[in-house]
Design a protein around this ligand. Structure first.
Ligand code: NAP
Length: 460
């Protein structure tokens, strides 16, 4: 009898999950069967729910994932929640190895007064809302306000600031969620303040992202010349780092433009930290403190407050200071990093420091929320190489010929009506079809009920 395939469960179906699946089926030393489980009905994680709707080129990577999912050795199970419908204990008898690709589902907070006021939220929530994530469909951000503060100067901050700055016309041919497009049509937002606690040389955004603000239909970028002055350390950074140099050049060009004549303004501010979100029940302003950069022993430049304060008139605050991974039920957790403790992807038992046999992690759950979508390819390949190395040494699950039936029974027992890849593809085709008449890549369904109702209607 030929030895049976190694059965691998991947928890999550975002980019890192698909890169792991692709690496597993790309090798032919070991026969594998790979099942991906995701809480949401749609696969592709952040490609669908994180990447900005006006960045369709980035989303085209989904075609590669689709190819992987269409391989007969790979299956997708949507609407299956790890920790509820399946657990590490219920999967162990069915799979030889488990790979966690659970990402970073939450966000970091600022730890300042007023963060809980209505109108203060994370950029993560706002992004999920405009991208049609089912958990955030009822977020209803109040866009009747004139000013919005975005805290942080990474690419997520760029995304939310740009979506707020664009006109419905600039967004109508994207796959932005219909509820968001409708709300943005009535937006009264005029001033968007993007606040960096350190200087322009330390900004995390990348050149194409900051450049987009110079070409918006009805919004001008506004930069204060004085905030672009570089201290000696930053001058060295700019000299040595091309990305930082070009960011500073683009910002200087914006500063030279002055205030501009367009109705909306995106103010890029540097060397300022929020110290308090103001308001009575609802955000009415934000207090910020001017910073100066102080070099630490290891060469890092810290932003230290100077005691000089300013207030900005805003009715909404979006903190965009980084994502954070949550604890995956039954798995170890590094609360400081928001990751699953691991050694190059082998999950470690925190008590012994040794690898937990057959348990692996990829993507943001492995290394934290950094890097672009493509970064996850190399990252997943590193984990998969170790997993393959470990195969001869693991104790294989006692699966028998009835394993498929047992999985069905497990999901049925959990009351879980999962979405297969075929079913997802029919939802996908319906979304694309809905978009055609509006010249949009797709019109998204928000939740599984909406998807299944549309499918039934089509079949009737
Ligand atoms: P990020 O790049 O790490 O940026 C976080 C920003 O928050 C930094 O400017 C950081 O400043 C600031 N920050 C942190 N704590 C703060 C505090 N307490 N007060 C004020 N500011 C604070 O994170 P991200 O924007 O969430 O992006 C996550 C990853 O996704 C990144 O790798 C990003 O490039 C990627 N991404 C890429 C794209 C794209 O390719 N178009 C789009 C979206 C996201 P300090 O530097 O001072 O810490």
């Amino acid at each position: 009898m030929p030895e049976r395939s190694v059965r691998i469960a991947i928890i999550g179906a975002g980019p890192s999950a698909f890169y792991a699946a692709a690496a597993l089926i790309a090798q032919d030393d070991v026969a594998v069967r790979v099942d991906l489980f995701d809480r949401l009905p749609a696969p592709y994680g952040l490609v669908r729910y994180g990447v900005a709707p006006d960045h369709q080129r980035i989303k085209s990577v989904a075609a590669l994932y689709e190819k992987t999912a269409s391989d007969p050795r790979v299956r997708f199970f949507g609407c299956v929640e790890f920790g509820k419908d399946v657990t590490i204990d219920s999967l162990r008898p069915l799979y030889d190895m488990v790979v966690f690709a659970t990402g970073a589902q939450s966000d970091r907070s600022l730890g300042i007064p007023g963060e809980d006021l209505s109108g203060s939220m994370s950029a993560t929530e706002f992004v999920a809302w405009y991208n049609g994530h089912p958990d955030y469909k009822d977020l209803n951000p109040d866009l009747s306000v004139e000013g919005v503060a975005v805290i942080g100067v990474g690419n997520v901050a760029m995304d939310v600031a740009r979506i707020l700055a664009k006109t419905p016309d600039e967004l109508k041919e994207t796959d932005i969620a219909d509820h968001a497009l409708e709300a943005l049509k009535h937006s009264k937002v005029r001033n968007i303040y993007v606040l960096g606690r350190r200087g322009p040389a330390q900004a995390k955004f990348t050149n194409p992202e900051i450049k987009e603000f110079g070409k918006l239909n009805t919004a001008d970028p506004v930069v204060l010349e004085g905030e672009l002055e570089l201290d000696p350390h930053s001058a060295v950074t700019v000299e040595q780092n091309r990305m930082a140099r070009q960011n500073v050049e683009i910002l200087r060009e914006y500063a030279a433009r002055g205030h501009g004549t367009k109705t909306r303004k995106v103010h890029f501010r540097f060397l300022v930290s929020p110290t308090e979100i103001l308001g009575d029940g609802k955000v009415s302003g934000i207090k910020i403190e001017r910073n100066k950069l102080v070099s630490t022993d290891d060469g890092y430049l810290n932003a230290n407050g100077t005691g000089e304060f300013e207030e900005l008139n805003v009715g909404m605050v979006l903190r965009s200071v980084g994502y954070k991974g949550l604890q995956v039920p039954g798995m170890p957790y590094d609360a400081r990093k928001g990751t699953i403790p691991n050694d190059h992807g082998r999950i470690l038992n925190p008590t012994t420091g040794n690898p937990i046999p057959g348990a692996y992690v990829v993507g943001w759950a492995k290394r934290g929320p950094t890097g672009v979508i493509g970064t996850n390819k190399k990252d997943a390949e590193e984990t998969v190489a170790l997993l393959l190395e470990d195969i001869p040494h693991i104790r294989r699950a006692g699966v028998d010929a009835k394993v498929e039936q047992k999985l069905e029974e497990l999901l049925e027992g959990a009351g879980c009506k999962y979405v297969s890849f075929d079913e997802w593809q029919s939802f996908n085709a319906l979304e694309i079809e809905r978009g055609k008449s509006q010249n949009r890549p797709r019109v998204k369904f928000i939740d599984i009920e909406e998807m299944r109702a549309a499918q039934s209607e089509r079949e009737a």
